[in-house]
Every structure is written in structure tokens, then in C-alpha cells.
Design a binder for this molecule. Sequence first.
Ligand SMILES: C[S@@+](CC[C@H](N)C(=O)[O-])C[C@H]1O[C@@H](n2cnc3c(N)ncnc32)[C@H](O)[C@@H]1O
Length: 467
Amino acid sequence: MNNLYPIFLKIEHQPVLVVGGGKVAEQKINGLIEANADVTVIAPTISAMIAGLAAAGKIKLHVRGYKPGDVQGFFIVISAADDGSVQERVFKDAQERKVPVNVVDKPELCNFHLSSVFQKGDLKIAVSTNGKSPTLGKIIRDKIAEEFFDDYPELLKTLGEMRPDVQKTFPDFESRKKLHEQIVRTELDRLQSNAEEGNEIDEDSVTQGKVYLVGAGPGDPELITVKGQRLLRTAEVVLYDALISTDLLSLVPESAEKFYVGKRADAHCVKQEEINRLLIKRAQEGMRVIRLKGGDPFIFGRGGEELEALQESGIEVEVVPGITAGIGVPTSLGIPLTYRKESSSIAFVTGHEDPTKHEEQVDWDSVSHADTIVVYMGIKRLRFIVEHLISCGVSPMKPVVVIFGGTLAQEIVVAGTLEDIEDRVRDNQSDLPGLIIIGDVVQFPDRITAAKKKLQLLESGFVESFR
Ligand SMILES: C[S@@+](CC[C@H](N)C(=O)[O-])C[C@H]1O[C@@H](n2cnc3c(N)ncnc32)[C@H](O)[C@@H]1O
């Protein structure tokens, strides 16, 4: 029987206890901090993230085992301890003291459940499965989010603003309720007819078509934007680059045309003019065309030229940003491109200039003054880049990391200094696209993720050492 009574708790500034210091506790703590709760954590061992939150003053932390009575005085308690006997003790204590408690993954030790939440503005939709399957709850929540009617949060805001006036003018609860119902229904009808009109306009304008230049992110398919993902699901034509994940392409309807137009280093398979022509042609035929590009469409991706060609042909275009490799790859490795004490400027440069240009356009002297230098398409010219930077006064001992296939399962990280990076890269060649990062931040002391990579790489024999 489902005898849950759904409520939304106001836990802002309320004392909440989390027992446990691992990954699960982290998730709960983050949600509670977002809701502005006054969070206390008790755990004998804690993750680096929890330690960081305590150091930043976001939570109160007691690094010790749970003691009977710890639950006293808390508004709610969430237990994510690893030890089953601690879980049971927390539940028993909380029951005795009438403090609501949730023991993660133990529905029988909960007197409230946490739900999968979708939030947009003031609207919050919570899905409960009565503790039977949080995973299904999340899937249902995602479906609601996908179907979500964009105008509701705005409508909610307007209704919220009207509410005090309606309350004043209609002191009687029943008449207020009726009025609210009338307003909401009228507004919903209006939104519905607007949406239908919009659809009709869309159908009429099918003759025009539209092109979306969509950034797919650095490689990991989960790093595309929600908007990019939504557009792929409704595409009629997709032109995609090299290294676009098959997971992303599987989102595209089967009926859609898919064109691989990837370019890898010297192996250009479809010329840029050809790509532009195809984009224009399909849009003129009334298609909804997605040009799916690695990283961000406008960072060393020739997205600007595609935009220009489409606009010149009078085609409607929308650009959807993506996470560029130069940011996504180092961030996913735990390398902060800016860091208070070490880096307050970054230069993003291409190592591969357009061969039709007669002289080098990158001003390596200016670039050498940036604290952190991120070089795209530079692997083939690594020696030239290294020599230029050293001749511009950068120390030969400056730390460098070269990452091939960043954020992908096959990622390879090669670390060294300006002086020896070329040799190290030669020993660890890869066909995957490579990014060069030069600067002290690649030695960032808390490179937790990077340290893990190092371990994997050392184990797999890819990298000799990771400084
Ligand atoms: C033609 S540029 C395209 C850049 C893309 N528009 C972006 O914003 O990331 C290709 C270069 O990006 C870098 N790159 C792209 N994806 C990468 C990845 N997953 N790992 C390392 N470098 C990557 C490499 O330097 C590669 O040669």
C-alpha cells in the first residue's frame, strides 16, 4: 500500500545531520546545501570533497564515529554510513527522539523518502516510487523534464506576483480558489493556442528549413548540452565530425540522413565548401539540419565560416555552444586552467595554421606571456612550439601536459616539461586528437582525477611518470 504523504519541507537554516562521509553522503550534502540547510556531517572517514566543504565553511564536520544521541536536536537526519550497524543505530535513535530519518537504500529504515526532482524556477516536481526503485523514479523525472512545457515557470512567476493582491481583494478562501482556477485555466489555454500557432508556423515554414550548429563537447557523450541532445532527437539531417560518439548519433531518429564529414589532421575527407553546400541544400529543401561539431562550434572549428555561408544564403541558423576541448579536457583531469596563485591568464592558440596563410599569425611572443597556454592541433608542430616558447623566454622546465583523446575511454596523458615533452610524446604516440597544456597549473597539487589517471596510465604502461 502506498501510504506516503507528500510534503515539501522548508529546510532553509534548519539543522540537518548527515551520517557518513563517502560518495553517497556527498550527493545528499550537496542537495541539502543547495536548499540552504544548516548541514552537520559525522563520519570517521571523509572524502576530499566533504573536507573541502568543511574548510569552506559550508558544513559543520565531526570526523569521528556516530555516537548515540547525535541525532538530538536535528530537524531531519540522513544516514549514508557504510556500516549497517551504524545505520540501524541511527534509525533507532531518531525514532526514539521523533526525528525524521532516512537511511539511504534501506526503505525499511526510513520514515521519509527522498525523491527524484525536476526543478525549473519555482516549479519543483518530485517523483517518489515509495522506496521501490529510485532509478525508475529518475527515469520518470527525466521524461517529465523532456516533455516539459517551457512557459510554466514564467506563468508561475506571474501567478506568484498576483497572489498577494488576489488574497487582499478576495478574503474568502473558496472565491479565491475559484478565481485562481479561472486565471490559470485561461492562461493555460492561451499558452496552448500560442504553442499550436507556433507549430502551424513551423509546419508552414518547413519550406525554409533551419540549420543548428551544435557543439558536441570534447568527446565524452555526456558532455553535450541538454539543448544539443534535444535537437539531435528531432533532427532530419545530421552532418557530424570525427570522434562524435556513437551514443550521440544513436539519439538521432532512424529516418534521419547522417553524413560523416570528419576531418582528421591531414586526412580531409570532405572539403569545407562541400559541407557548406550540403548544409545549404538540405536547409533549402526544408530540412531540420544539425551540424554536430566537436567541442564548441566556434573554437577552431570553422563554425564561423559555416555560419557566414548559411547567412549569406538566407538560411536560418542557430548556434548551440559546446564545451571546448581546451576547457573540458583539463577540467575533467582536475587541472584548473586558472588558479589563484599560479594562473590568472590563459591563451588558447592553434598550433596548425591555415596552410594558405603566408606567414605565422599566432604571435608566440604575446602567447608566451600567458600563465597557462592551451594549444589545439599542435602535436605535429610540437618541436616548433617548444622552441618558439623557449626563445620567447619561457623556462625549459615549465610543466607541460599533452592529452590525447581527452574525456574518452582511450584517453592518454603524457606529462613532462617544455624541454622533454617532445621525446615523451614520441614514446607515447596516439592517433587521437591531442591538446597541449603548458603552465604551472598542470602540477596542481589536488589533481585528484589526474592522479587516478596517472595510476591507470602507469599500470597500462602508457606513461613512464606523471609529475
Ligand atoms: C579542429 S580543432 C576543433 C576544436 C573543437 N571545436 C573544440 O572546441 O574543442 C581539433 C583539435 O581540438 C583538440 N581536441 C579536440 N577534442 C579533443 C580531445 N578529446 N582531446 C584532446 N584534444 C582534443 C585537438 O587539439 C584537436 O586537434
